[in-house]
Design a protein around this ligand. Structure first.
Ligand code: MEV
Length: 327
């Protein structure tokens, strides 16, 4: 039977998180962990979702009620992605009575690697393939951004850009600028704090801080934006000493926004003490992951130090391919 499978990569924020939500640039890299979405038509007028990795088995809904009623958190992004697709292409959906979706991820949704955005992107693209619709990257980005925005109410769209375009991107809010950086090596070490953070909660906390201390937070965002611009240059010229130093400065600002945690800070300081050029948290903060850059010579020591500080080292590589049609 006709079906489509599409995969999209996870991501790591290298620089500029949080400020990115408010019009400032950031740098993201797609990593070698992917989520796979398979969609096939069904004969009943139903939507079926199986997403074992997040504990969803045989979720069933009438096609006519997609996007309505209470939607479990684990299937929200998939269901609203379908809603966005149907809204955009109302005629084409009549081709099949219903659809069945299966997702499979080769990374845990606990890591803060952008699994929600990756699954949204892969779902929309898999629908486009199934319904023979030509969809360019920009259109895919826009539809996925609308979907995620409808759920989270705010966000820059950077996770979506990484899932769509892949590589390492210089990105400005809403996809105003999406520039692939010519980077081939990126000696990253990634440590997971063991704590799952909730992006929306963190975004709301930072928003509250910016309302109370508007001038101060505006200055912090501007400085983060300047770090990002300088980091872009350092990354492209493989000046990892500067990349590391800029990570440390960026981390200072993230601390001042209140999104680091004791555990993350312990891991970050441990990595620096073990000889890393620099280290910072990655993404929304509150848990999830930290990253460090180091030489080959100090890599082992840095990894050991992260583990000693209670973290788990994850073997991930930067610059992965964007969304991909598998079959
Ligand atoms: C999350 O990966 C990055 C944040 O800046 C949120 C966003 O840009 O949407 C915290």
């Amino acid at each position: 039977m006709k079906h489509s499978t599409v995969s999209a990569p996870a991501k790591l924020l290298l620089f500029g998180e949080h400020a990115a939500v408010y019009g400032h640039p950031c740098i993201v890299t797609a990593i070698n962990r992917r989520i796979f979405v398979t969609i096939s038509p069904t004969t009943e007028k139903k939507l079926y979702i199986n997403a074992n990795d997040v504990g969803i088995k045989n979720y069933t809904k009438d096609i006519a009620s997609i996007g309505k009623g209470t939607i479990p958190k684990e299937v929200q992004f998939i269901e609203l992605a379908i809603k966005e697709f149907v809204k955009t292409y109302p005629k084409v959906i009549k081709k099949f009575p219903g659809i069945q979706i299966t997702t499979k991820s080769d990374f845990s949704s606990q890591f803060g690697f952008g699994s929600s955005s990756a699954v949204t992107v892969a779902t929309i693209k898999a629908l486009a393939v199934l319904f023979d619709i030509k969809m360019n990257e920009k259109k895919l980005f826009t539809m996925a951004y609308k979907t995620v925005f409808a759920i989270q109410k705010r966000g820059s769209g950077v996770d979506i850009a990484a899932a769509v375009y892949g590589g390492t991107l210089f990105f400005i809010t809403g996809g105003k600028t999406v520039k692939k950086l010519p980077i081939d090596t990126l000696p990253l070490i990634v440590g997971y704090s063991g704590i799952k953070a909730d992006t929306v909660t963190l975004l709301n906390q930072v928003k509250q801080k910016s309302e109370k201390y508007s001038a101060i937070v505006a200055d912090i965002y501007n400085s983060i934006g300047n770090i990002v611009k300088r980091a872009k240059q350092a990354l492209v010229t493989k000046d990892f000493v500067t990349v590391g130093e800029l990570m440390n400065i960026n981390q200072g600002y993230l601390e001042s926004l209140g999104v680091s945690t004791q555990k993350l800070s312990n891991m970050i300081y441990a990595a620096r003490s073990a000889g890393a050029y620099g280290a910072k948290l990655s993404g929304a903060g509150g848990g999830d992951c930290m990253l460090a850059v180091s030489t080959k010579a100090t890599e082992k020591k840095v990894k050991q130090a992260i583990v000693h500080a209670g973290g788990e080292v994850l073997e991930v590589y930067a610059n992965a391919e964007g969304v991909r049609v598998e079959l």
